[in-house]
Ligand binder design. Structure first.
Ligand SMILES: [Zn+2]
Length: 271
């Protein structure tokens, strides 16, 4: 079955992972800008990272007939440094005409600090000015509920940003309803051990339906599973869901959300 992984950090993965994903039916992926496994010391470090996301990874993916898209920002983990964050935000427009850029992300909160909130709002301003789609990272574990509420409030305060142009990621049982009720797209991130498993994601799909709901692997530097979306496909098949329902979650929905990005519309329509 064709699928899209809408959130995976391929810079941290082996070329073999591209190959395995292609064999499992992956036709496209999107890679949000994130932490690189270490804190970067300057805006120039991010400039090189953005070149990697917009020039290098699309070529690696193309070797396996996978379309690679990306999102640009300074992530919440490094946003505690407001001065560095502002330098990075100022530089992002240099890359906004690259054909594989879908928008601004993954912005959000990590420890829900005032500095993180400041940098989050400055990213919203950038997205509003350039009419960009947004991908949101919500905090993990005990900070998730409060952080998700803070993020939704900041988004609602920015009237230029339409909810249907925002995907709020890493949703779990206690945050999914908040996100969907506010009109945003919602992502469930599948992890092998902790957090949301394919089984829990399938339970949420059965409870909340398939509208505006996506699933991703978030494969990154930590313990994670780039094959998590195919695992969800299998879990749903075993539960008796039909192809159309499964395809809506793993292919149609991310395609529809990405398709709002004018720059990438042609490439997305061809998937
Ligand atoms: Zn991520």
């Amino acid at each position: 079955m064709k699928y899209i992984d809408p959130h995976i950090h391929m810079v941290s993965r082996l070329t073999d992972d591209y190959e395995r994903m292609a064999h499992a039916g992956c036709v496209a992926m999107s890679e949000p800008a994130f932490w690189a496994g270490f804190d970067r010391g300057s805006a120039d470090g991010f400039r090189d990272y953005f070149r990697q996301l917009t020039e290098v990874e699309p070529k690696r993916a193309a070797q396996y007939a996978i379309q690679h898209f990306c999102w640009l920002c300074i992530n919440a983990k490094e946003a505690e440094n407001v001065e560095l964050s502002r330098d990075v935000i100022k530089m992002i427009p240099e890359f906004l005409d690259k054909p594989n850029v879908l928008g601004i992300g993954e912005i959000g909160l990590n420890k829900n600090t005032p500095n993180e909130a400041t940098v989050f709002c400055e990213h919203l301003e950038l997205a509003a000015q350039h009419d960009e789609l947004i991908l949101i990272h919500t905090p993990h574990l005990e900070d998730k509920y409060k952080g998700t509420r803070m993020i939704l409030d900041m988004l609602k305060n920015e009237s230029r940003i339409k909810p249907e142009r925002v995907l709020v990621d890493h949703a779990e049982e206690h945050t999914i309803q908040l996100i969907l009720d506010a009109g945003f797209w919602c992502g469930m991130t599948l992890y092998p051990i902790t957090k949301c498993t394919p089984q829990r994601a399938a339970d949420m799909i059965e409870k909340y339906g398939t509208e505006r709901l996506c699933a991703n692997s978030a494969g990154d530097w930590g313990p994670s599973q780039p094959m998590a979306v195919p695992q969800l496909i299998l879990e749903m098949k075993l539960r008796g869901h039909d192809e159309a329902t499964i395809s809506k979650i793993v292919y149609e929905n991310p395609k529809a959300f990405f398709g709002q990005c004018k720059r990438a519309q042609e490439a997305i329509a061809a998937l």
